[in-house]
Design a protein around this ligand. Structure first.
Ligand code: FE2
Length: 412
């Protein structure tokens, strides 16, 4: 298969891409079709990116908004309460049906890699069993990475530690924690010690729901970073949300930044949901409650963007489209400088791939698996601004999703 005259990311000169046996066989200008080779002509002039990476979502809760009740206060804590009301309805088949729908939404929007948190504060681990099965069933089209997520805490939920360990034994890819939701500061620190201990015991990654609260005294992050540094786990560790950082005083932030850089951990902001759930206890001014993306990025730390929730108790909207997270993240983070806009696709591609530890397998280069998407624009600036569809989503050279270009006509 030969795609002619496409633009790789923001390149100003077009190249051709040859795909053979599921790999990028050649990437160069003016490649000539081989005898019998399929030529994909309708992608000429469009931009190509590696597939989008969803670095933080909860697939187990997706598509449950309003069932049985809507989250009317719009707070994180009412969301947890609504989810608790839904949990009795969970069965393996029900979870798989919903998650299958969500995965298809994602694939249609150019996603091929998903890190999902799965609530393991459930004695039966129903959702985990369902998504472990699904991970196998869809692996030819989409990679699912599972974080064992203790929604109510490791020490503040009966047998929380045992459930976390069981989830890792069953095959979860990463250990989670939720230090800001533990009963006490002491539990918060100890829960992180347990998370690191178990991740090391089973050779897993770590992704912590860290300080997702507007409490400037919520400082789980310093413990996460210190443990990542001391254990040498470094970039195997991710701190998700860290929304309390929005409210830290700058004197503390300066001291903390040194530790963060030493640790080398990854960060995930969830711009839409952070803004939606944050600032809920404020009158005016209301905090934006997104972590300091601009400052972390400027210090060389790896930051990616996730959706967090797709039409569930924490987010009544959500469409599985990473572009929307970039759009909101840039506005919320004061990052609408020209270069910042042009490079912002990295928050949901290469930065997110680093968070997931995808390694050299990810990206567009000769010899790699031909995983890529074609967007209906010549560059990312236009793709973002005009919210263009992902025309094609290719996995190992095979088309797994497509969208027809939108034709608008104006009659004056
Ligand atoms: Fe989350």
């Amino acid at each position: 298969m030969l795609l002619q005259k496409i633009y790789l990311a923001n390149a100003t000169e077009p190249v051709d891409i040859r795909v053979a046996d599921g790999k990028f066989a050649a990437i160069a200008p003016n490649l000539q079709p081989l005898p019998g080779e399929e030529v994909v002509a309708d992608c000429a002039g469009k931009m190509v990116l590696p597939p989008f990476v969803e670095s933080h979502v909860h697939l187990d809760t997706c598509l449950t908004a309003g069932r049985p009740h809507w989250n009317l206060s719009g707070t994180l804590f009412e969301g947890i309460q609504r989810w608790e009301e839904y949990k009795p309805f969970l069965t393996k088949a029900e979870v798989k049906e919903r998650v299958n729908q969500a995965i298809r939404l994602q694939a249609g929007n150019g996603i091929q890699y998903v890190r999902t948190h799965v609530d393991i504060n459930d004695p039966k681990l129903t959702a985990l069993q369902a998504i472990l099965e699904l991970r196998e069933e869809v692996k030819d089209c989409i990679d699912i990475q599972i974080v064992a997520f203790p929604q109510y805490g490791i020490l503040s939920y009966p047998h929380g530690r045992e459930l976390l360990e069981e989830a890792l034994k069953m095959g979860a890819d990463a250990a989670g924690a939720i230090p800001h939701f533990e009963f006490t500061r002491e539990y918060s620190v100890e829960s992180l010690n347990i998370c690191f201990e178990l991740a090391q015991k089973y050779g897993r990654l770590i992704d912590v729901h860290c300080d997702e609260i507007d409490d400037e005294a919520s400082r789980g992050l310093e413990t996460v970073a210190a443990r990542a540094y001391e254990t040498g786990m470094g970039d195997m560790v991710t701190a998700s949300h860290t929304t309390a950082m929005h409210s830290y005083n700058n004197a503390y932030m300066i001291r903390l930044m040194r530790l963060l850089k030493l640790s080398g951990i990854n960060f995930v902001a969830n711009p839409c949901v952070n803004v939606h759930l944050g600032g809920r206890v404020d009158t005016y001014p209301k905090r934006r409650s997104m972590t300091r993306v601009k400052e972390l990025t400027a210090e060389g730390l790896n930051v990616s963007f996730g959706s967090d929730d797709i039409f569930d108790p924490w987010n009544p909207l959500g469409n599985g489209k990473m572009r929307d997270q970039v759009f909101m993240g840039l506005y919320t983070g004061h990052m609408l400088g020209y270069e910042e806009i042009c490079n912002s696709y990295k928050f949901v591609t290469e930065n997110a791939a680093r968070t997931l530890h995808l390694g050299d397998a990810y990206g567009i280069a000769e010899g790699k698996d031909a995983n890529f998407v074609v967007l209906d624009a010549k560059n990312w600036y236009d793709a973002l601004n005009f919210d263009v569809p992902v025309l094609r989503n290719y996995r190992k050279g095979k088309l797994i999703a497509s969208t027809a270009p939108v034709q608008k006509e104006v009659f004056f």
